[in-house]
Design a binder for this molecule. Structure first.
Ligand code: HEC
Length: 103
């Protein structure tokens, strides 16, 4: 003889299983590890460069004379053209000035 679990009993057991696993999990997110350096036009950078990633992306770029205005202008253009960052044309120069002066 085959033993069959009644459908209603199976559903109730299933709900019980789901409920036992629905306990909320509490966790604390780590704090921001990177902040932008203080400088002129910091507000413009904060308004335009924090929506998608942290300041770490800027902090970890190469340093030196070869990585100044042209480098940062190319980065900002890439954010707009490749990644679709909604940055006003008028803010691009301010952002590039800030980045070249502080990084
Ligand atoms: C619309 C979303 C968005 C905005 C806004 C944005 N970025 Fe990015 N950024 C990205 C993505 C996507 C990547 C690539 C992530 C990856 O490769 O892991 C990236 C990567 C970077 C990198 C790493 C180097 C590289 O080229 O991949 C730098 C530096 C950077 N962004 C700077 C900026 C600056 C400066 C601004 C403000 C002008 C900015 N981002 C705004 C999406 C954005």
């Amino acid at each position: 003889m085959r033993y069959r679990i009644p459908t209603t009993l199976a559903i109730v057991a299933g709900l019980g299983f789901a409920a036992a696993h629905a306990t909320p999990v509490a966790f604390t997110l780590p704090g921001e590890t990177a902040a932008f350096r203080p400088g002129a036009n910091l507000d413009v950078v904060q308004n335009n460069c924090t929506a998608c990633h942290s300041a770490d992306y800027i902090k970890t770029q190469p340093r030196g004379e070869k990585f100044k205005k042209d480098f940062w202008a190319a980065e900002v253009t890439k954010m707009i053209k490749v990644y679709g960052a909604p940055i006003e044309e008028a803010d691009v120069g301010k952002i590039v000035d800030y980045l070249s002066a502080n990084y």
